[in-house]
Write a protein that binds this ligand. Structure first.
Ligand code: SF4
Ligand code: SF4
Length: 321
């Protein structure tokens, strides 16, 4: 059995909504079949007021064993490093997180804000938001680069805006069944089982990518990389492999991937002209090219393909790197 305490900081509750939609396993199955005991959750916990602060204090004192601390939303440190902009149970939330992360067997950050700071951390960042153990791509964040939980792992990051529900429930199962030691994490602390493939892997537009056929929002028959800024070839996530609601994904619905599972999200800090638009040099060379090959190689191959009209093999793209 694993006791889970779920807290929220600078959050929109999007990851909670995602979590509640989990299918493999569902939240109910987490409890009935996998020994997860949800001590408290802001949306489904029954306790209020002092009952919640008493529970958290009992976790900190060791009276209640805290197996998994889940955090959703950014860590708000403003104003001036006090954290009082996000007060919870009569203390800055960041103080609760500090104390609880020291007693938790495992600490899990859910969603882009908790993992890397996300949209709240975009400059000028008035709330002084940061992620649990990263600030964008820089390791450190709120808990510091050297943080490890009692179970010996750093913060396990499940990014996404929101994170896919099954990424969340399956990692909770791995911890509650004692198998988290088998889960590898990458340099940004993402479980490789979900974040080795690119979003492009399994995208139904992959052939059009190879043939360089432009696509448009919501229209079948083209690739969204060339004009509307799809980040599928640069984004590690299994969105086209396990799909959302078991049915679809952004790119299958012809909406560009925004790259929400990468620590740089939101990319270019939402600078004007950088969203839903492929940024280009000289008006025709994409500034960002598929991960895994140099820009020059990509431009060369794409140029040859254009001149000879020979499609790049789509299967060259979207493979694990
Ligand atoms: S993931 Fe994006 S860039 Fe890749 S084929 Fe699909 S629409 Fe095109
Ligand atoms: S398709 Fe891209 S933007 Fe959409 S959830 Fe997956 S990684 Fe995030």
């Amino acid at each position: 059995m694993a006791n889970v305490l779920w807290l929220q900081g600078g959050a929109c509750s999007g990851n909670t909504m995602s979590f509640l939609n989990a299918e493999e396993p569902t939240v109910i199955e987490l409890v009935t079949d996998f020994g997860v005991n949800i001590l408290w959750h802001p949306s489904i916990g029954l306790e209020i007021g002092d009952q919640v602060s008493d529970l958290m204090n009992d976790c900190i004192s060791g009276k209640v064993q805290l197996d998994i601390l889940v955090f959703e939303g950014s860590i708000i440190q403003g104003p001036d490093g006090t954290g009082t902009m996000n007060y919870f149970a009569e203390r800055p939330m960041m103080d609760w997180v500090k104390d609880l992360s020291e007693v938790a067997a495992y600490t899990v950050a859910i969603g882009d804000c908790a993992t890397y700071g996300g949209i709240p951390a975009v400059p000028p960042n008035p709330s002084e938001s940061t992620g649990m153990q990263f600030h964008k791509t820089d390791k450190g964040g709120f808990l510091g680069a050297n943080y490890v939980s009692k179970g010996g792992l750093p913060v396990i990051n499940i990014p996404g805006c929101p994170a896919h529900p099954d990424w969340i429930t399956q990692i909770l199962v791995a911890i509650s069944t004692g198998r988290i030691g088998d889960v590898l994490i990458d340099q940004f602390h993402r479980p490789t089982t979900f974040f080795s493939d690119f979003v492009q892997n399994g995208c139904t537009n992959a052939m059009a990518f190879g043939e360089k056929i432009d696509g448009h929002f919501g229209q079948r028959g083209g690739c969204l990389f060339y004009e509307v800024g799809c980040r599928g070839p640069m984004t590690h996530a299994s969105c086209n492999r396990i799909l959302w609601n078991r049915h679809s994904s952004k790119t299958r619905a012809n909406h560009p991937c925004l790259g929400c599972t990468e620590p740089g999200f939101p990319h270019h800090d939402l600078k004007k002209g950088s969203v839903f638009k492929t940024m280009k040099y000289l008006g025709f060379l994409p500034k960002e090219t598929p991960t895994g090959e140099s820009k020059l190689t990509y431009y060369f191959k794409a140029g040859i393909g254009k001149v000879t009209n020979a499609p790049d093999s789509a299967k060259n793209y979207g493979q694990s790197k």
